[in-house]
Each structure stands twice: as C-alpha cells, then as structure tokens.
Design a protein around this ligand. Structure first.
Ligand code: 0O2
Length: 206
C-alpha cells in the first residue's frame, strides 16, 4: 500500500502540531481579553499505519488514492463547554485564511445511528516543506465535553465488540447518548442565565 510510512506521514505530524498551536492560540486570545473561550481544550493525533490499513479494508477504499480516501489520517479534536460554542468555532474556522474547508458534516443536527454527535470539518491544509507547500486533508472534530465523554466510551466498547454490540448494550448506549445531549441542553440554559447575570453586572456595577 505504502512503501515508506514514515515519509508519507511526516507532513501529517507537522500539520497536527501546527494546528494544535493555532487552535490553542484561539483559546488564549479569548482568555487574554477576559472572555469565555469557545474552545476548552484541543487534542490531535496521526493514525497509525495499522489503523489506516484497517479503515481501507473495512470500507473497501481505493488504496491507490489513500490520501484522498482516508480523510482523517491527521485529526484534531476541539472540545467545547456548550453546543453554541461549537458553531462559533466552526464560524471562526470558516473565516481563516490558512486553510480551506472542503467538507462539513453536522452530526449534531443529524446524529449518527450509533447516537454519535460531533461537528466534522475536513480541511485542505498546506504544509510548508523544504520542497514547497504540500497540501493534505485533515479532519477537525468539534464537540462538547459531554459528546466527547460518550464518544470515548462508545469507541472503547466498539473496539471490544468490533461494532457488534449485544442489543441490551446498544439500547443503553442510545439512552446514554440522549442523556448526554440533555445535559448539553441543560448547560446551554445555564449559559444563558450566566450571560444575563453578566450583562446585569456590567450595567449596574459602580
Ligand atoms: P479514531 O480512532 O477515532 O481516530 P463518513 O462516515 O465518511 O461520511 P465521517 O463520519 O467524518 O464521515 O468519517 P468516519 O470515518 O465515519 O469517522 C471519522 C471519525 O469520527 C472516527 O474515526 C471517529 O473518531 C468519529 N466517529 C464517527 N462515527 C463514530 C461513532 O459512531 N462513534 C464514535 N465513538 N466515533 C465516531 P475512527 O476512524 O473511528 O478513528
């Protein structure tokens, strides 16, 4: 499939590190001016050759077009406190000049059958190499802390059962996904109250 994985993955490692710095920079900018940051924390990873091979086989992808077919070889994850923050982050990323968004998938409005919720962006990112700009695709997943909690647990179970859960577990995971979503809705209500309280404080202080 690939002769030299280290060489092929090198631009992905560079891009993931660069984007972690850039996304954490957004958080820092908000905090510097004393505002709520829509970004709580950021993680990033590059898929292993084994995991890339597995995905190509499982999805019957065209291995000769690996870098176009597997769009999450390099992946960033942005965790937010509130669902509203997710859409603000998406808006901030749409306005950036350092990459182009090529695909947007809203798995919050359109949750997956598994119960999975997240907002996915696939971006075309130019990595500056000594040989010039090398364009690669990267996936950015944007989700709340509650969505991340559910996805992390479900991912481990998925791995254990190879996606073939007992029916009872499937039902429980669905219920857990709905509970996580209700938690997000409750937190959004609190967020509105906090903002009203902050506005009240600004108007009435002194
Ligand atoms: P890992 O280990 O998480 O990095 P597509 O289905 O192609 O239209 P999508 O959903 O963007 O578009 O792609 P894909 O390949 O289905 O999912 C990409 C990643 O989204 C997955 O990466 C997961 O991180 C996450 N994801 C998607 N669906 C689910 C789900 O049902 N449960 C959980 N826990 N995560 C999900 P990988 O490949 O699993 O690897």
């Amino acid at each position: 499939m690939v002769e030299d994985w280290e060489r092929m993955l090198a631009p992905y490692y560079q891009a993931v590190e660069e984007l972690k710095v850039k996304l954490k920079g957004i958080r820092r900018e908000y905090l510097e001016v004393g505002q709520h940051s829509p970004i709580e924390f950021v993680t990033g990873r590059v898929k292993t050759p084994d995991s890339i091979r597995e995905k190509v086989q499982a999805r019957k992808l065209d291995a000769s077009r690996l870098e176009e077919e597997v769009q999450d070889i390099g992946g960033l994850r942005v965790m937010c406190q509130f669902v509203e923050d997710i859409y603000l982050v998406v808006q901030l990323l749409r306005e950036r000049q350092d990459f182009d968004i090529v695909i947007e998938r809203d798995y919050i409005l359109n949750k997956k059958d598994s119960g999975y919720r997240s907002y996915h962006l696939v971006i075309d990112y130019p990595v500056e190499r000594v040989t010039g700009a090398h364009h690669i695709l990267l996936e950015i997943q944007i989700r709340t802390l509650a969505m991340n909690f559910w996805a992390t647990i479900e991912h481990s179970l998925n791995y254990k059962y190879d996606g073939d859960y007992p029916q009872s577990l499937h039902k429980r995971l669905e219920r857990a996904a709905e509970a996580a979503f209700r938690l997000d809705e409750e937190m959004s209500q609190i967020r509105e109250e906090i903002q009203i309280a902050q506005d009240y404080f600004k108007t009435n202080k002194g």
